[in-house]
Write a protein that binds this ligand. Structure first.
Ligand code: NAP
Length: 329
């Protein structure tokens, strides 16, 4: 089979090599799948750079999220059958940027019939992260205002749709007019281009000075720092990631005097500590997809000739919505 592999750490555009390798075989509680589509995530770039929290042994194939068809099941697998169309996360070092990948039974879920392969590939990490952030961590209520950073990106685009589906008002923050258009199409009520406008002022104006009830922050750096200037009384800032490359150091006295909460979300930890919650969230997300309330925005499909460049562009912050890898043939 053909697979992209990383032999040494570096920029994705340089270290992702397309090679011929033997297909992996499923071990205990694993399934072998034929990849139909694999969505690219920021962590794929971090994996290439060796900056992700987990570091698979070299050489490895990235591609954390996919839609696939089960072709073989390992010992002990009971809930998944050959031929099932599934989505979920691949088990590294045999990730989804390949013709075949391995998945662990607990990370395999039915792909909703209402979604195409590209869309289904994108329903897992971003939407699960958005779901846990907005509902489980921030306990979002209908009528509240949510400020979403990197709103046209992978997790941000999911957060817009999930917040709207929950009856919230959404302010999306993006970098540039093309991304602004996308955030509007995704359903954001108000979109702020951070290159030309100040999201603090817009948020205060829109909420009559009260501020945002929930901030969804995958960016960190100044985005986080300035969010503390427009967070509401009893607001919740959910820390999703640091795409800016800067991990902010919050002033806890400020959280105290303004009565707001900082809450971290490491979605992957739920898979270890409370795995049943992942399936529960998937059931709800699949229902929302079937009702047409969420639909991943796939803006680009790339084949083997364009994957490395695509992962690099995502790392550089120039992609919108979801970039999806489709294996050749
Ligand atoms: N906590 C969790 O469990 C969890 C789960 C999944 C992902 N994440 C994290 O969420 C973050 C976003 O991931 P994603 O896959 O959805 O990526 P993405 O949003 O598609 O891409 C990152 C976006 O961040 C913004 N950005 C701002 N400053 C940037 C900079 N200096 N360099 C690059 N981008 C910059 C850009 O949007 P604008 O130009 O529009 O601002 C860019 O498009 C990552 O840090 C990832 O590790 C966390």
């Amino acid at each position: 089979m053909r697979a992209f592999r990383v032999h040494e750490m570096g920029e994705p555009g340089e270290v992702l090599r397309y090679e011929t390798v033997d297909p992996p075989s499923p071990g205990v509680a694993q399934v072998l799948v034929r990849v139909r589509a694999a969505a690219v995530n920021f962590p794929d770039a971090l994996l290439c750079r060796g900056e992700y929290q987990s570091k698979p042994p070299l050489p490895f194939t990235p591609g954390l999220e996919l839609c696939a068809e089960v072709t073989e099941v390992g010992d002990g697998v009971t809930g998944v059958n050959v031929g099932d169309r599934v989505l979920g996360s691949a088990e590294l070092p045999t990730g989804g940027f390949a013709d075949y990948a391995l998945m662990r039974e607990g990370a395999v879920f039915p792909a909703p019939a209402s979604l195409s392969d590209d869309e289904a590939a994108s329903l897992f990490i971003g939407y699960q992260t958005g779901w846990f952030a907005l509902h489980r961590r921030a306990a979002l209520q209908p009528g509240e205002t949510v400020l979403v950073h990197a709103a046209a990106g992978g997790v941000g685009s999911a957060a817009i749709q999930l917040a709207k589906a929950a009856g919230a008002r959404v302010i999306g923050v993006v970098g540039g007019p093309e991304k602004a258009k996308v955030a509007t199409e995704l359903g954001a009520d108000v979109v702020v281009d951070r290159n030309t406008d100040d999201f603090v002022e817009v948020t205060k104006d829109l909420t009559e000075g009260r501020g945002a009830d929930v901030v969804f922050d995958p960016v960190g750096g100044d985005s986080f720092k300035r969010s503390t200037k427009c967070i509401a009384f009893e607001g919740r800032i959910v820390i999703i990631g640091f795409a800016s490359g800067t991990i902010p150091e919050p002033a806890l006295n400020h959280a105290l005097i303004k009565n707001y909460s900082l809450m971290g979300l490491h979605w992957g930890l739920y898979r270890q500590r409370a795995p049943e919650t992942i399936g529960q969230a998937h059931t709800r997300l699949a229902e929302l997809a079937d009702q047409g309330l969420v639909k991943p925005l796939v803006s680009e499909r790339v084949g083997p000739d364009a994957l490395a460049d695509g992962v690099q562009r995502l790392a550089d912050g120039s992609t919108v919505g979801r970039l999806v890898y489709v294996p050749a043939g």
